[in-house]
Design a protein around this ligand. Structure first.
Ligand code: PEP
Ligand code: MN
Length: 364
């Protein structure tokens, strides 16, 4: 089945797009049995399978390559599912198109590099195929949008984005931090682009996938790409995050579909009251932030007069420790306190640098 119009499969609110299939196509039998188990679930819209696998470390399973394209396609045709695979260069594009692959995706490690993206865009110029672009590994929205634009420029108009989370030095409990705020910003800047969620690469662990799916649904994302394997623990790549097709079906049955629009009048009143309280607290917060920055500002000239550096490491560590323990007494999340003070401190320092520059300081 070739998909002609992206709107045909993207997506009705009641039925978000659901692409599922193995991380890697490992053998004809593996992809075939996974596909037929998945196809029992009528919610599945397409079959995924990685053929060329970008692996962080050498020596890991790097995919079967070209022969796996035919196995994937065959499994799709047998189960009446369109198939999708990852391409990372012009040769991949050529081979995937030749094998009749219905849709393509660009991986996170490819989106980071405009040279790779342009090479693929050139290879796809004039080809009418749906293309999904994963976010780059690090949280740089411009790169993500830039990649989408490069594909748009060569005439691809069946474009969608995949949110697969972002690498973070510490991203517990997930493998990749969701950073939903980047998805909100993408929605704001490119509202016409459909965005689906890849909970497998965000979660990194089977047990956390349902939770990520529910969040994505609550945030109004347009669908999912989920890794599923007939024998997940034996998978040659990403074995910890792949779901058996039955487990995947179970997760989908368990998801709650909540509405964004509010109908109950009493609830509207209650919500409005709470929201106006929040508005008031936010105003107070902003006044306090202004007060804090003003004080920080007046420290600038004092430091300048005494020729001491703006950044005082010991003082900063003490501030952070002190605020964290104060926050702990208030039962506040430690990460939240840490991030808020990191931001406040950054802007205080910026203000002081500006005031130093005004006073003509040569060195900080
Ligand atoms: C994948 O989908 O298997 C994959 C390699 O994903 P990502 O590019 O998001 O790491
Ligand atoms: Mn994977």
């Amino acid at each position: 089945m070739i998909i002609r119009d992206i709107e045909e499969w993207l997506p009705a609110k009641e039925k978000p797009l659901l692409i599922a299939g193995p991380c890697s196509v490992e053998s004809e039998e593996q992809v075939r049995s996974t596909a037929s188990a998945l196809a029992k679930n009528k919610q599945i819209s397409a079959l995924r399978g990685g053929v060329w696998k970008p692996r962080t470390q050498p020596g890991s399973f790097e995919g079967i390559g070209k022969p796996a394209l035919a196995w994937l396609k065959k499994a799709g045709v047998e189960n009446q599912l369109p198939v999708i695979t990852e391409v990372a260069n012009a040769k991949h594009v050529e081979q995937a198109l030749e094998a009749g692959i219905d849709m393509l995706w660009i991986g996170a490690r490819t989106t980071v590099n405009p040279f790779y993206v342009q090479e693929i865009a050139d290879a796809l110029s004039g080809v009418d195929i749906p293309l999904f672009v994963k976010n780059p590994i690090h949280p740089e929205l411009k790169l993500w949008i830039g990649a989408l634009e490069r594909f748009q420029k060569v005439g691809l108009n069946k474009l969608a984005a995949i949110h697969r989370g972002f690498y973070a030095y510490q991203s517990q409990p997930f493998r990749n931090e969701p950073k939903w705020e980047i998805f909100f910003e993408l929605r704001r800047l490119a509202p016409e682009i459909k965005v689906i969620c890849d909970p497998s690469h965000i979660a990194g662990k089977r047990e956390l996938i349902a939770e990520v799916c529910q969040s994505a649904l609550d945030l109004g994302m347009d669908g999912f790409m989920i890794e599923s394997h007939i024998n997940p623990t034996k998978a040659l790549s990403d074995s910890e995050q792949q779901l058996h097709p039955d487990a995947l079906a179970q997760i989908f049955t368990g998801l709650e579909r909540r509405e964004e629009a509010i109908h109950d009048k009493r609830f509207i009143g209650q919500l409005e009251k709470l929201r106006s309280e929040i508005d008031q607290v936010d105003e107070d917060l902003l006044r306090l932030i202004k007060k804090r920055l003003d004080i920080a500002n007046s420290i600038g000239p004092v430091k300048y007069d005494h020729q001491v550096t703006i950044f005082q490491m010991k003082r900063w560590f003490k501030v952070l420790e002190n605020r964290k323990s104060f926050g702990q007494n208030l039962n506040l999340n430690e990460g939240l306190v840490h991030e808020v003070f990191q931001l406040l401190h950054k802007y205080s320092i910026d203000e002081q640098i500006k005031s130093h520059k005004k006073s003509g300081a040569k060195q900080l």
